[in-house]
Design a protein around this ligand. Structure first.
Ligand SMILES: *Cc1c(COP(=O)(O)O)cnc(C)c1O
Length: 426
């Protein structure tokens, strides 16, 4: 492609891909192979020594996955990306690169329920701790940071829906403390929000959701903004100390602005192993081609549904940043000008029982634990996704007993509203 910078919609279709050099195949082929033949012994040695880029084994790189990685990096405006088996494994590899026993992550309480579990329980086995920011403001993050903090972790559009985080203010607090800001951009996608433009150093994705968009394949991604100075603090030894297994090279010195993504690959993915299958990489890549069309339609539909719910007599409250009177609407205008996404929460006047009845009576909506499908989805977080949390943490995470969460699909908005209307009136 020529040097003129391409628009988002063009990158979503083309970035990272070219017709297959051997067959001319226009769609990216699924390279369903575990391993790759070396040109000769010197080539093999240079690949293993990180002196040349190339394919060795699909746990570490694969040509189909490579196109997905380049595309996600281009859409987020990062220097490089790593695609992995799931959103959770992207988190694991990112944290593994930054943390050692005794270190902590300062995190928002408004996170995906699975992320709250991962941070509070499984990470203890690594000797890693989590410190929760008391509220959503940057001051709460500042208060939680101490000398053992190695990163700040937030979602851009935050779970379980309807919240926009002040990325710039939180990035500033993180940078003043000498730590990177990690933003999980799963719910917004780079179509609605570009965290790197607002100071994020690392962007994470569950590609399983809106990026793939069809509810058919798991995947995750780590995007390196290339902006963070890993050497300044001396707190990130995986990046700044010589690696004996790679002839003593220092990843930060050798790979500069791509060092974090490369470190997650050649140390984290190499040793912990959550590789994405080439078939899933292909499915996700195909989904990303229509990302701009889908996200606009998801957001436009969600706004119509939120307006309908807000005017309904059975509804107590609606939390959707796209509504002009919503407390997060100012942040939405700044960070997600094109739309506030598909996922939001509302409460019914009838409380817990009314929520359960609504879920039962809907016909078009699917009752399941996912977001970001083409189909409209509904769930009652307190009894499902956020069930394992303590009551206190449930409420802090926005998943109290009366809360219903919906992920609005790309169906005809009149049909979505009609389904809600019939279920609410029963
Ligand atoms: C689903 C999700 C994850 C976890 O991703 P998986 O692909 O299910 O492992 C992380 N963060 C957010 C915001 C999610 O929605």
């Amino acid at each position: 492609m020529s040097e003129t910078p391409k628009g988002f919609d063009t990158l979503a279709v083309h970035a990272g891909a070219q017709p297959d050099p051997t067959t001319g195949a226009r769609a990216t082929p699924i390279y369903q192979t575990t391993s790759f033949v070396f040109d000769d012994v010197d080539h093999a040695a240079s690949l293993f020594g990180l002196q040349a880029f190339g394919n060795i084994y699909t746990r570490i790189t694969n040509p189909t996955t490579d196109v997905l990685e380049k595309r996600v990096a281009a859409l987020e405006g990062g220097t490089a990306a790593l695609a992995v088996a799931s959103g959770h494994s992207a988190q694991l590899l990112a944290f593994h690169t930054l943390m050692s026993p005794g270190c902590n992550i300062v995190a928002s309480k408004r996170l995906y329920g699975g992320s709250i579990n991962q941070l509070s329980h499984s990470f203890k086995n690594f000797g890693w701790e989590v410190k929760w920011a008391e509220n959503l403001d940057s001051g709460s993050f500042k208060k939680a940071i101490d000398e053992n903090t190695r990163a700040v972790f937030i979602e851009s559009l935050a779970n379980p829906g309807g919240i926009v985080m002040d990325i710039e203010a939180i990035a500033q607090v993180a940078h003043e403390a000498g730590v990177p800001l990690i933003v999980d951009n799963t719910m917004a996608t780079p179509y609605l929000c570009k965290p790197i433009n607002h100071g994020a150093d690392i962007v994470l994705h569950s590609l399983t959701k809106f990026m793939g968009g069809h509810g058919n394949s798991m995947g995750g991604a780590i995007v390196d903004a290339g902006s963070f100075d890993w050497a300044a603090s001396g707190n990130y030894p995986m990046l700044t100390e010589p690696r004996p297994e790679y002839n003593g090279i220092v990843l930060n010195d050798t790979f500069g602005g791509m060092a974090f993504a490369i470190c997650c690959r050649v140390l984290g993915l190499r040793d912990l192993g959550p590789a994405i299958s080439p078939n899933n990489a292909f499915m996700l890549l195909t989904g990303i081609e229509t990302l701009a069309l889908r996200m606009q339609r998801h957001s436009d539909n969600a706004l119509k549904v939120a307006e309908f719910l807000q005017g309904h007599s059975a509804v107590e409250w609606v939390s959707y940043a796209g509504l002009p009177n919503d407390p997060f609407n100012n942040l939405k205008q700044k960070y997600c000008p094109k739309g506030a996404g598909a996922v939001f929460t509302f409460g019914l006047k009838g409380g817990y029982d009314a929520g359960i009845n609504l879920v039962k009576n809907l016909e078009l909506f699917s009752h399941l634990a996912n977001i970001g499908d083409t189909r409209s989805l509904i769930i009652h977080p307190a009894s499902t996704t956020h069930r394992q949390l303590t009551d206190e943490h449930k409420i802090a995470a926005g998943a109290g007993p009366d809360v219903v969460r919906i992920s609005i699909g790309i169906e005809d908005p009149n049909d979505i509203i009609a389904d809600l209307n019939q279920a609410l009136s029963r």
